[in-house]
Design a protein around this ligand. Structure first.
Ligand SMILES: Nc1ncnc2c1ncn2[C@@H]1O[C@H](COP(=O)(O)OP(=O)(O)OP(=O)(O)O)[C@@H](O)[C@H]1O
Ligand SMILES: [Mg+2]
Length: 357
């Protein structure tokens, strides 16, 4: 059994508004799992249920073999980091971090020692006496993290802790979070709707949609081998065509589209005759002047200079538009309105079942 097990968990607000439906998840001790999904899919609800602020209508939460489902929040020993830092404005950095230890009636010298260690770990040494209002956003979030880890929690829960920070600081802080988590080996559940954050931080990513986990896997599995249409779209793939599986060749499917047949990689086993969508990333497609295998005819709708590369917006045979990112030198002679072919190498073209279960 894994360290943390969520079994058939269903959670509702009021009695009839079910937000989580039979959610199952297991997290190994010391590992970092991200819940990744769009706004409203139930990420915060999952965390609040784990923390004990919401009672499930069904299912169980097991931590280290013990049933936590009905245990009140203050007896769960979980560290929580929120999006809004939620620091006490009238307490200084030291006192904010020490708060949870004081509540646990730990003696003064031990509190001093633990808080010092936490302050050192998050890089706030020297700022012990500042009030939250005298700190930057990144520093405030470091206090939030220190406060959560100082109690030596069994599980660390983080709900979009970086979303209030600017882009550069977000990248810096996410590296910090990974470093701290690995140093302490705390089992962590991290909520985000930012795929790059989830990919950079996690051992495992659970992609959520409408209260369900639609795919669970390593960052590479979720990023490169989405198994469902929703996951592919959410991870940045574009649907460039749809068609029917004609033939199977090992991990590849030959897919008949309205235009022609293309070879695409399967991320789940498909059957001949199944309807699929063909998905590819903008950076994995190339422009070609001549027709050939795994190429589709398109027309350039617009050409956008992006600094290092050029983004071409193409009109695909099915009427959808798709973008391709290429080196400027490859498309110097092309302009809006031109008809060209787009080549999608078979390894980078995914065939994914059209129907969502
Ligand atoms: N206190 C509440 N009462 C009723 N409905 C709620 C409550 N809190 C959340 N919901 C609803 O439950 C669903 C899931 O909300 P939740 O906050 O878990 O989503 P989320 O995935 O965290 O989204 P976001 O990325 O926007 O934070 C949404 O439809 C939301 O409107
Ligand atoms: Mg949320």
């Amino acid at each position: 059994m894994a360290f943390l097990e969520i079994i058939d968990l269903s959670v509702a607000y009021q009695s009839n508004f079910v937000v989580l439906r039979n959610l199952n998840l297991s997290v190994e001790k010391g590992s970092f799992l991200s819940l990744l999904g769009p706004s409203g899919c139930g990420k915060t609800t999952t965390l609040r249920t784990l923390a004990g602020f919401l009672s499930p209508i069904n299912g169980k939460i097991i931590i280290d073999g013990k049933d936590y489902t009905r245990i009140p929040p203050h007896k769960r020993n979980m560290g929580i980091v929120f999006q809004s830092y939620a620091l006490f404005p009238h307490l200084n950095v030291f006192e904010n971090i020490a708060f949870g230890l004081k509540m646990r009636k730990i003696n003064k010298s031990e509190i001093n020692q633990k808080v010092k260690k936490a302050i050192d770990l998050v890089g706030l040494t020297g700022l012990e006496n500042r009030l939250p209002s005298q700190l930057s956003g990144g520093q405030q979030q470091r206090v939030g993290i220190a406060r959560a880890i100082v109690i030596e929690p069994d599980v660390l829960l983080m709900d979009e802790p970086l979303s209030n920070l600017d882009a550069n600081l977000r990248v810096e802080m996410r590296n910090e979070i990974r470093r701290i988590q690995q140093r302490l080996g705390i089992t962590t559940i991290y909520v985000t709707h930012d795929q790059s954050e989830a990919v950079a931080l996690s051992d495992q990513i659970a992609v959520m949609n409408s209260g369900k986990i639609v795919q669970l896997g390593s960052p590479n599995q979720v990023f490169s081998n989405p198994q469902k249409r929703f996951v592919a779209n959410f991870m940045g793939f574009q649907e460039i065509a749809s068609g029917v599986v004609e033939e199977l060749q090992n991990e590849f499917a030959v897919v008949r589209t309205t235009e022609k047949s293309l070879r695409a990689r399967m991320t789940t086993q498909l059957n001949t005759g199944e309807k699929v969508v063909l998905c590819a990333r903008a950076r994995r497609m190339n422009i070609d002047r001549r027709d050939g295998e795994n190429k589709l005819p398109t027309q350039i709708i617009s050409k956008i200079f992006q600094g290092e590369n050029i983004s071409l917006i193409l009109k695909m045979p099915n009427g959808n538009s798709a973008s391709v990112e290429v080196e400027p030198s490859q498309v110097e002679d092309l302009s809006e309105g031109d008809r060209v072919f787009v080549h999608i190498p078979q390894d980078h073209l995914l065939a994914i079942r059209e129907e969502e279960e």
